[in-house]
Ligand binder design. Structure first.
Ligand code: MN
Length: 259
């Protein structure tokens, strides 16, 4: 008798299959950086596009607030959705959730103004409030934003997705709650989770590509890829290119911070 000896099997590396995929981290009103990174992505994808392939382009949410060009970012993203070539998928970030909530009920959701909403109002030509504002002022701000917001932008905000799955990867804004199956994750966790997700060592059902928690350097690990490099403050917008088992971080930076 002899025994078959099997060496410990290493998990197969995560793959997108044949598909060329790009994911872009938190933009936060930096249309200038979005333009720069998109130019690089389009150039990089040119050979695949010319072969008739349809690369996947995923945006990880937090398009608005903080930076000065939230409207400009949504102008670009809504235009991209109707551009042939790429399959464009856009995730909701907690900042878009807060903006939508403000539009629906500005008095109950005035908290948005405290975490960056003022910059978004200004980008739509609505003067942000100074100091404390009462319910009537909030209602007026909500009406002003609703009338300044193009219908395409409102439709865009309402159509954002919570998660996109491709091959061995899942794309979400913030992360996943450990121990909870992918299809049972709550919207709250997908949009807001931080430490419980970031400190988890065990693999999730799929490798998680996410933004939401800014770090100086992008994080490229076996269980997750973190792409939020705080663009609005650092002037560095980060994405990742995935093809088969290959991963390549892509960045665009501007020395002068206009955020
Ligand atoms: Mn976020």
């Amino acid at each position: 008798m002899f025994r078959l000896f099997r060496p410990a099997q290493k998990a197969a590396p995560a793959s997108t299959g044949e598909r060329l995929v790009y994911a872009v981290g938190d933009i936060h009103g930096r249309a200038d950086l979005l333009d720069g990174l998109l130019t690089r992505i389009v150039a990089d994808a040119a050979p695949a596009l010319s072969r008739g392939e349809r690369p996947l382009l995923v945006f990880l949410g937090d398009y608005v607030d903080r930076g000065s060009e939230s409207k400009g970012v949504l102008d670009r993203l809504t235009a991209l959705l109707s551009t042939p070539g790429f399959e464009v998928r856009t995730l909701m970030g907690n900042h878009e959730e807060a903006m939508l909530a403000f539009i629906e009920d500005p008095v109950a959701n005035a908290g948005w103004l405290e975490f960056g909403g003022g910059a978004t109002l200004a980008s739509y030509g609505v003067a942000p409030p100074i100091g404390r504002v009462g319910p009537e002022d909030l209602a007026a701000l909500g009406r002003a934003l609703s009338s300044a917001l193009p219908a395409t932008h409102l439709h865009f905000l309402k159509s954002l997705e919570l998660a996109v799955v491709l091959g061995d990867y899942v794309f979400v804004h913030a992360g996943l709650r450990p121990g909870v199956p992918l299809d049972a994750q709550s919207a709250r966790d997908l949009l807001w989770i931080r430490q419980e997700f970031l400190s988890e060592k065990k693999p999730f059902e799929k490798v998680v590509v996410h933004g939401h928690t800014p770090e100086e350097m992008p994080y490229d690990g076996p269980t997750r890829i973190g792409l939020d490099t705080g663009a609005y403050a650092t002037g560095v917008l980060t994405g990742v290119r995935l093809l088969g088992v290959e991963r390549t971080i892509m960045q665009y930076r501007l020395e002068r911070n206009r955020g």
